[in-house]
Design a protein around this ligand. Structure first.
Ligand SMILES: *Cc1c(COP(=O)(O)O)cnc(C)c1O
Length: 356
């Protein structure tokens, strides 16, 4: 399939690197592609970023048949541009697609389309420390129909947003809030898919956490309300004595690419790493015994987010006296050094965006 390119003369002004924030500015172009049962995926096109018009009956608006991904492009000190583990994102997108009855995409073709799009938008990849170009691939159900079934037609699109440094003044630890009153996903549900409804389902409890002065919700399993799952849009790690523990993938947890990078990196340092069930009571008991050394989240947006406080109903614990631990600090530094091309990419995680 050839990608049609529709150019525009009216390019936007670029925001300054220090005022980027997250997800508010968008580049000049986007990628679009359509699906119908006769033609399969067709009409791949890079065209100016702009509104999409659709029927108010469009299925995604009613039943949430939508999936997305999140990945980043980074500018290296030499001015080259590279993506971090993009193949893993498109592979995961196909897993999400399967769960939501959305047709599979050709991962290699989509990567090629993304490399072309990022190449055209090189000037939008910011250069200040900690900034990057966030990429949002999405698929939505587009049949104009309000009966309940899987849609026959779909739109795949990718938009891109220059984003600021997550920690402009150094690490900013997050405070997390645990509840037994609400759950994000259950076994047998769609927790392991990056699908729109999971995030809508997380909003209410997150607002309660905010009202209580906490940043994010740490979700417990939806069946026994006992085992730790994940935080907001991050996976979670605990350092218990000399063991690094993260919940094993059980079907209701999103399989984070940063999570996998953390596991791979920690093993390469010779640390003891376990993917297993971990009860919230075990976390609090470890803290009482002085064995809860560090807690941190992992995800594409913040890379590593140290946690300094956990509240579980009326109990509150502070981790490491509010100081960021050595494993979280080293993990953050070594991951960003690979992402920004400042150290050797010994795991083969980056993909260069070559100028055409
Ligand atoms: C995207 C996401 C993550 C993190 O995945 P990464 O691939 O590391 O960005 C974790 N949990 C949820 C619920 C997510 O949506």
């Amino acid at each position: 399939m050839d990608i049609t390119i529709k150019k525009t003369e009216t390019l936007k002004d670029h925001p300054i690197d220090s005022g980027l924030g997250f997800g508010t500015f968008f580049t000049d172009y986007m990628f679009n592609m359509d699906y119908n049962p006769e033609k399969g995926w067709h009409n791949p096109c890079i065209e100016p970023f702009g509104p999409m018009s659709m029927s108010p009956a469009t299925m995604v608006l009613h039943y949430g048949q939508a999936i997305f991904e999140g990945l980043k492009a980074f500018r290296t000190p030499k001015g080259n541009i590279q993506l971090f583990r993009p193949r893993d994102n498109f592979q995961r997108m196909n897993k999400s697609a399967e769960m939501l009855c959305i047709p599979q995409i050709d991962e290699a073709f989509i990567l090629k389309a993304l490399l072309k799009l990022v190449d055209m938008e090189r000037s939008w990849v910011p250069s200040e420390t900690g900034t990057s170009l966030y990429i949002r691939p999405t698929i939505i159900a587009t049949d104009p129909y309000i009966g309940l079934r899987a849609s026959n037609t779909y739109r795949f699109f990718m938009i891109m947003s220059p984003v600021g440094a997550y920690y402009p003044e150094g690490f900013n630890p997050v405070k997390i809030w645990v509840t037994r009153d609400y759950v994000r996903a259950v076994r047998g549900g769609v927790g392991q898919a990056k699908t729109a409804g999971n995030y809508a389902a997380s909003l209410y409890a997150t607002e309660l956490a905010h009202k209580d002065g906490y940043t994010q919700v740490l979700w417990l399993d939806g069946v026994e309300l006992k085992y730790v799952e994940e935080v907001g849009s991050m996976n979670i790690f605990f350092v218990l004595g000399d063991e690094i523990v993260t919940p094993r993938l059980n079907g209701s947890i999103l399989s984070g690419i940063t999570r996998d990078s953390v596991l791979t990196m920690a093993k390469s340092w010779g640390l003891k790493v376990s993917e297993r069930r971990i009860a919230i009571d075990e976390v609090f008991d470890a803290h009482a015994k002085g064995e809860l050394m560090e807690v941190f989240g992992s995800g594409t947006a913040a890379i590593i987010s140290p946690v300094d406080n956990i509240k579980f109903h009326e109990k509150v614990i502070t981790i490491g006296n509010g100081q960021v631990g050595p494993i979280a600090s080293r993990m953050f530094k070594e991951l960003i050094d690979i992402q920004y091309g400042k150290s050797e990419d010994k795991f083969g995680w980056t993909v260069a965006v070559n100028p055409s």
